[in-house]
Design a protein around this ligand. Structure first.
Ligand code: ADP
Length: 257
């Protein structure tokens, strides 16, 4: 009767749900794999482009087609600077990889660190005419590796500057909630699309390719940031819409032993 019908319908529904979930998972895995391949090849491409340009200049000079005047030299220097910046980032990535297995934790006054790191960004913040607001709860101490924490904050604040609008704002908060310590860094930039959001912590992934490339992005910063955060037993969360992005680092609260 009706009852049996119900049971078998439920069974079918569950199976259908499982199949859908499975398909979605497979799709997501395939997409991740594709992103990894594309992104690594983007990076290789980005290293090769300046080299090709430099090679072109040198050959043209050799053939007597151009003279090495100041303008050409500046052009060459710019290409070299781009490569150096990229290699710097790769080095940072390799170092963070080692760091993950070698954390030297100590008690850190988080607010002091936030102030110091943001001070070092003053020039960039000014040049974009951004307003930096700090809202720091008194006396928060966490047990963490100082270098890692500096790198984490640096990366998130750097992005909050890079991907912000002119005359925008950066808000940094620290507070305790439900036995957790939270550092929140939000900006008033263009945000990250819903499509890109699940992948921004992947190595070499860049959302909005043109804007990221223009900003000298490599897609390494957030991958490093996330690994360092995980190594501390902490979490990172992101929310974003068209009027800005907000990153939360969530530390388990530090208990005096
Ligand atoms: P990148 O060197 O490209 O900045 P990240 O790993 O730091 O690399 O970030 C990955 C991508 O995520 C960036 O290319 C950018 O598209 C996006 N992104 C990161 N932070 C922000 C932010 N605060 N606002 C908007 N987009 C961001």
């Amino acid at each position: 009767g009706d009852f049996e019908q119900n049971i078998s319908n439920n069974g079918d529904d569950e199976l259908a749900e499982l199949i859908t979930a499975f398909n979605q998972m497979t799709e997501k895995l395939a997409k991740l794999e594709k992103i990894r391949k594309e992104s690594a090849s983007d990076l290789a491409h980005e290293l090769r482009t300046p080299l090709t340009t430099i090679k072109g200049y040198i050959e043209a000079f050799e053939d007597g087609k151009i003279s090495l005047d100041q303008e050409n030299i500046d052009e060459l220097k710019e290409e070299i600077a781009r490569m150096v910046a990229l290699i710097e980032k790769l080095k940072e990535f390799a170092e963070a990889q080692n760091k993950v297995f070698n954390l030297k934790t100590e008690k850190i006054q988080i607010n002091e660190l936030i102030k110091n790191v943001s001070k070092k960004r003053q020039r960039q913040i000014k040049s974009k005419n951004l307003k930096l607001n700090l809202e720091l709860e008194n006396g928060i101490i966490i047990e963490a590796d100082r270098d890692s924490l500096i790198q984490i904050l640096n990366n998130l604040i750097e992005n909050a500057v890079k991907y912000n609008r002119e005359n925008g704002e950066i808000n940094i908060k620290s507070y305790q909630e439900n036995n957790k310590i939270i550092i929140q860094i939000s900006d008033t930039g263009y945000g990250i699309s819903e499509e890109d959001l699940p992948y921004i912590f992947e190595r070499f992934y860049r959302a909005d390719k043109s804007r990221s490339a223009k900003n000298g992005g490599t897609g390494i910063g957030l991958a490093v940031t996330k690994e360092l955060i995980k190594a501390h037993g902490a979490e990172i969360e992101v929310e974003s819409n068209k009027s800005g992005s907000s990153f939360k680092i969530i530390f388990p609260s530090f208990k005096e032993k």
